[in-house]
Design a protein around this ligand. Structure first.
Ligand SMILES: [Zn+2]
Length: 239
């Protein structure tokens, strides 16, 4: 295990009690159960057994990417065919729509690995919460990752206020609490926004909070650095 991964996992162990093994699924509805049929069809090689392994897999992938050593696995047509009949992503993401933060690439993952929702300012709107409930409870993702990034335009625009075209200002309501606590510090606003959105996810969704209570899911936060390609930790005090 690399030193960086070791350090980050250690920080998170302070408030996490890892379960020995994790099961995915747990669905009452047969329709939803069908959506998880990939469990029997998608190859399980390298699939994380628990949230700790899932997080390590992500951090290892980001380290490879930032060092220019991406494996770029699961990105060919054979993988496309392998997962065509169903999906079993090991992690779910709430990330920004920014074109410079393509989640699968910066964590060195491929088709079928990550369940990704992206929206400017990585905000927890009700539609995103619903999507992430599907990715976690139904599809079995073991990590729910809220990923902000440096120089986020949505957070910057919220700080500046003023006129913006169309419905862009509809995003601001979600970001304003972080702007208020940041006192003009953009980097603090970005990290506070990660923490706020993660907290909303856990508190607004009984589905997600139950998965956390059962230690089947961890919610983690991070900030992707546009210049280095590395993700850094934002502690989320809800696991
Ligand atoms: Zn952004």
């Amino acid at each position: 295990m690399s030193e960086r991964v070791d350090q980050e996992l250690s920080r998170r162990r302070g408030f996490l009690q890892w379960m020995a093994a994790s099961t995915c699924g747990l669905i009452g509805s047969s329709t939803l159960a069908d959506a998880n049929s990939a469990e029997t069809t998608q190859a399980n090689e390298g699939y994380p057994k628990n949230p700790e392994e899932a997080l390590k897999k992500l951090l290892d992938g980001n380290k490879r990417f930032a060092e220019g050593k991406s494996l770029a696995e699961h990105r060919d047509i054979s993988r496309v065919r392998e997962v065509a009949s169903g999906q079993k992503p090991f992690a779910a993401f709430l990330g920004c729509a920014d074109s410079r933060v393509p989640i699968e690439i910066v964590f060195d993952q491929g088709f079928g690995d990550l369940f990704v929702t992206r929206i400017a300012g990585y905000v927890s709107s009700s539609e995103n919460i619903g999507s992430l409930e599907f990715g976690t409870q139904v599809l079995g993702a073991k990590v729910l990752f809220v990923l902000g990034h440096t120089d986020c335009g949505a957070v910057t625009a919220t700080m500046k206020g003023g006129e913006v075209p169309g419905q862009i200002s509809g995003l601001f309501q979600y970001i304003r609490p972080a702007v208020k606590t940041a006192n003009g510090d953009l980097n603090k606003a970005i990290s506070d926004n990660v923490r706020n959105q993660a907290t909303i996810l856990a508190e607004a969704s009984t589905v997600i909070s139950k998965l956390i209570q059962r230690k089947e899911l961890i919610v983690v936060g991070g900030i992707y650095n546009l210049k280095t390609g590395l993700e850094s930790v934002v502690d989320i005090p809800i696991n």
